[in-house]
Design a protein around this ligand. Structure first.
Ligand code: PEP
Ligand code: MG
Length: 583
């Protein structure tokens, strides 16, 4: 096979080398992991048993049919029995388990997807419609399999050739991406997506190399192709020559060495050369991210994206998390951070983080009922979350952060609901910290332009540069077709950030940046020079930013940054920011 290279958007650094595993949307809905050789026959038996159970169930259904049941019902069951007995369903997936080592659910869905694609090409309408029957039969088997699901085997992720698995998909939702936390895929490639989509953010937080926006990668790359992902460049090399493979293996090793060296900075105080202490905080999606945050030496959590506790639940038939379930999760994060402050952001659902993936979405979901707008429209859901967070605050320092506010009445209503949640807890005799700081995300341009309205009402600000850029420049952060317009150095963005930092400083309230700009080492000095003293980012990036901080002298940087902020020409800004690194 001839080698070819694809260029996309780099979203998560590092190099991954492995075999391609194509995941269709249906396959993303089921568990997917590799079965070690010695457990393959047990997995085959698990699928065979599930098929036999469904078979038996269908037969019982047939015999129990009431005499006056419509004849179509019997015929319908017959068709399902026939489908189930066909080697396409009863044998092919077993082969997939044996050859590719896929778990039973994944093997079945892979086979069903292949069959469905074949059916789509059939001209006969009657036959084409049998696709639905096949899918229904598969659903029955999947249901039984879910009941017999096993925990992941230890050697997951390594196939018989010891090659790592690279996921190739058209798209991966943020909640699907989060599921990969338990598996050991070593890289991700998708056709669509932007640098700061939540899928990309989760990939970075998992610290797994990824490239997105590769247009038609999922149709060009074939199952089991060798693939290299250069996550720093957004480049994917398919079927590389042995020479290229060798070069990338060497780069991979030297990157690992550099990281190991960086880990020595973990305990070094985060202070600039001129003696200014800088707070380095972690962004987390789930309480399980806390160990990585501590490992990177984080001073606390600057952003706990609580919506990840809610996502992927409704479509799976589950309910949203109860107050107790949420309380346990928040408490786990608070205890996990061992006395360091944890900033919990209230539910920021909507746009690329829908709660219900089956629901019809608005034409412009990013401008729709997202984040606090949704919470204020669903007061019971919001109160439940507020009570859970407040209860958890009895176990360690908590800061409460509210996303996407733009109007004074939104702030006032939110504050009133926090008081209401407190009153409910008092009534129920449940304890909580009496005064937790309440902050607002500054991520809508209107908020950055109306700062006094916020400062009057809240205790701290956190700049969400991901959305601030999206809304200021009017570009969808998940749309790869406009990704080239997503520019953190646009003069308008720099003005809004600078205004926010200055306003906070003047009013004496803390300001952090928790958007992806905070984790970009190319921008560390610029932000320091603007006066930023708290950076919150995905844990894997903390030590790189710390290294930059240790080598920075704010007294030298500040005058340069003043000059940059006065420039209106983008090239002068870019050059100025590049030059900052030589000070
Ligand atoms: C942001 O918008 O910058 C932010 C931190 O929030 P999110 O990326 O979750 O929208
Ligand atoms: Mg945001």
């Amino acid at each position: 096979m001839t080698s070819f290279t694809l260029h996309g958007i780099p979203v998560s650094r590092g190099i991954a080398i492995g075999r391609a595993h194509l995941l269709t949307p249906a396959a993303l809905d089921v568990k997917h992991y590799l079965i070690p050789q010695e457990q393959v026959e047990a997995e085959v038996a698990r699928l065979q048993n599930a098929i036999a159970t469904v078979h038996k169930g269908l037969q019982t259904l047939w015999t129990d049919l009431p005499k006056d049941a419509p004849t179509e019902l019997g015929a319908f069951i017959d068709v399902h029995v026939l489908i189930l007995s066909d080697p396409m369903i009863s044998e092919e997936p077993l082969d997939i388990i044996r050859t590719r080592h896929y778990n039973a659910e994944w093997a079945l869905v892979t086979q069903i997807d292949e069959l469905s694609a074949q059916f789509d090409e059939i001209e006969d309408i009657y036959l084409r419609e049998r696709k639905a029957d096949i899918q229904q039969v598969a659903e029955r088997v999947l249901k039984v399999l879910t009941g017999s699901a096993q925990s992941f085997p230890k050697s997951v992720g390594l196939d018989e050739t010891n090659a790592q698995m690279i996921v190739v998909a058209h798209d991966i939702s943020p909640s699907d991406m989060l599921q990969f936390r338990d598996r050991s895929f070593s890289g991700f490639i998708t056709d669509v997506g932007g640098q700061n989509s939540h899928t990309a953010i989760v990939a970075r937080s998992l610290d797994i190399p990824a490239a997105v926006g590769l247009s038609n990668a999922s149709s060009l790359i074939e199952q089991d192709d060798w693939v290299i992902i250069d996550g720093d460049a957004g480049v994917v090399i398919v079927a590389p020559s042995s020479l290229v493979l060798e070069q990338y293996r060497e780069r991979q090793i030297s990157m690992l060495r550099a990281r190991k060296k960086l880990s020595k900075l973990k305990k070094t105080p985060s202070v600039t050369m001129d003696g200014t202490p800088i707070s380095l905080l972690a962004n987390i999606e789930l309480p399980d991210d806390c160990p990585a945050a501590l490992e990177a030496g984080a001073h606390g959590v600057g952003l706990f994206r609580s919506e990840f506790l809610f996502m992927g639940r409704i479509g799976q038939g589950n309910k949203l998390p109860s107050e107790d379930e949420q309380f346990e999760a928040y408490r786990k994060a608070i205890l996990g951070m061992k006395g360091r402050p944890v900033t919990i952001r209230t539910l920021d659902s909507g746009a690329d983080k829908p709660l219900d993936t089956t629901e019809h979405t608005a034409l412009n979901p990013a401008l729709g009922l997202r984040a606090i707008r949704f919470c204020l429209a669903e007061p019971q859901l919001f109160l439940t979350q507020l009570r859970a967070i407040l209860r958890a605050s009895a176990y360690g320092p908590v800061h409460l952060l509210i996303p996407m506010m733009a109007h004074a009445f939104e702030i006032d209503q939110t504050l009133a609901m926090i008081e209401q949640a407190k009153a409910q807890l008092r009534e129920a005799n449940k304890k909580f910290a009496p005064s937790i700081p309440i902050g607002a995300m500054i991520e809508i341009p209107a908020a950055a332009l109306a700062l006094p309205m916020f400062i009057k009402r809240v205790d701290f600000l956190s700049i969400g540069t991901n959305d601030l850029i999206q809304y200021t420049l009017a570009i969808d952060r998940v749309d790869h077709e406009v990704a080239h317009l997503y520019n953190p150095l646009h003069p308008a963005i720099l003005q809004l950030i600078s205004m926010t930092i200055n306003a906070g400083k003047k009013a004496g309230i803390p300001v952090a940046v928790c958007g992806e700009m905070a984790g970009d080492t190319k921008l560390t000095r610029l932000l320091l020079g603007m006066g930023l003293r708290a950076f919150s980012m995905y844990p894997a990036q903390l030590l790189s930013v710390k290294q930059e901080i240790l080598n920075s002298d704010i007294t030298l940087i500040e005058p340069q940054v003043k000059r940059i902020l006065k420039s209106v020409e983008p090239t002068n800004i870019t050059l100025g920011v590049e030059r900052l690194r030589s000070f």
